[in-house]
Design a protein around this ligand. Sequence first.
Ligand SMILES: [Zn+2]
Length: 187
Amino acid sequence: MNTVGGRDRAGAVLRDKTGSYEDLLAWSVLAGIIDRRRAGGLARLAARDSAEAAKVLERAIRLREALYRIFKCVVEAWRPPEADADVLHSELAIARSHQRLAAHGDRFGWIFLERPDALDRILWPVPLSAAELLTSGDLPRLGQCRGGDCGWMFLDTSRNHRRQWCDMQDCGNRAKVKKFREKQRAI
Ligand SMILES: [Zn+2]
């Protein structure tokens, strides 16, 4: 699930799809964070409190950019900037403060408190998922698409771990076409 069209080589966002709190809401529905009914409630709330909605949007973008750099550091094996780790930690602290342990069958699981009035509730699962990935054994499988102006991250679940593209239909095909054209030109 992506909120940007792509990134150039320096990591700058191209075709940002998150220009408003409503865009963020639409993304959270697509990502399965919230259902349409609750998203409708938050949209009405955001319309009444645009200052708070703008703050949440700002936090979302700050978190997205911090996570992008942190995961890029993982892929390229260098240390993430302290400031980005700080952003992740502060969002983690907020998200965790809204969690409770609840009995679920024969064990306990984490749930979020039902807070229909919290505009930032759509952010809460994001730092938690990021932390889960950062501490999981799957982390070495994290990769970044080699497509030009793409920069999307993916988890390589292929058997030989040699995935290069975010999507074979998209960047993979474009790269193939480019290679083919270059070959044609060389003949
Ligand atoms: Zn790609």
